[in-house]
Design a protein around this ligand. Sequence first.
Ligand code: GDP
Length: 313
Amino acid sequence: MELHAKIYIAGHNGLVGSALLRLLRSRGYDNLVMRSRQELDLRNGEEVKAFFDEESIDYVFLAAAKVGGILANDTYPAEFIRDNLLMATNIIDSAYRSGVRKLLNLGSTCIYPKLAPQPLKESYLLTGELESTNEPYAIAKIAAIKMCQAYNRQYGTRFISVMPTNLYGPNDRFDLNDSHVLPALLRKFHEAKEKSLPSVQVWGTGSPRREFLHVDDLADACLYLMEHYEGSEIVNVGMGEDLTIQELAERIQRVVGYEGDITFDTSKPDGTPRKLADTSKLFGMGWEPAISLDEGLTSTYLWFLERQQVAQV
Ligand code: GDP
């Protein structure tokens, strides 16, 4: 990607898009195109087509998505499948029609079957049933992968798909109903410390295992793949190691400095028992993450504290 190439980051205000924006700016890319949700409704095909026709975009990072944690996925299944299918279809098709040179489509490791062997290899896609809590979201993400592959095959496009594991970092959502586990627990422990509460409630049994990747590492991997990867096959991005939700809670407890107890609310769902990406394909290409979980938790907690102070001024 040339430094002056026109690069569109779809979803630049989100967790992933904002990390891509920080990284591309810091590397000297100076022709970045962005549109807020108010300026461009990515669910509207006509608007998206007109935008691509007008802008003559060279490269696309498709980081726009309706995302949320286990409860949000379970509560708004229609919105999760509809919005994600519409956004991906509109962007991928308009990218092809307007002659975009390369597109990177962001998926998720929830595309893999619920009971697939661990770690999750790219080849396990569509080999079994999905986890029911996020099936609508996963189906939309799988459709986007298949669309990129079909366009590559029929139209000769260069659309690649990247599957990140659970992500966290600045600009994540910290509201308790919609967020993923890591930001939710950072906030719960922080508030319990502020209010001197006796305990913090963690959902589920604490035994599911998850892998967490700092979003700045993901952005770095995306840029690396945009520059070095040409295949239609999907590529996982992860840390290569996981931990239980209970262990995660204990680490966050330490980072926040909370001295009360941890309890488990087993009326809440556990979701997939384990989700660890097999990253041998990407690591084999020469890329590795740089941010350890403890470093990432500490910097994300500091970001959260700063943002809270700004909100209080
Ligand atoms: P998932 O990775 O798609 O299952 O999504 P989440 O990040 O929302 O949840 C991961 C795991 O963390 C599940 O087993 C949840 O039950 C558990 N968990 C524990 N406490 C919380 C919490 O406060 N919020 C969320 N979202 N999940 C929690």
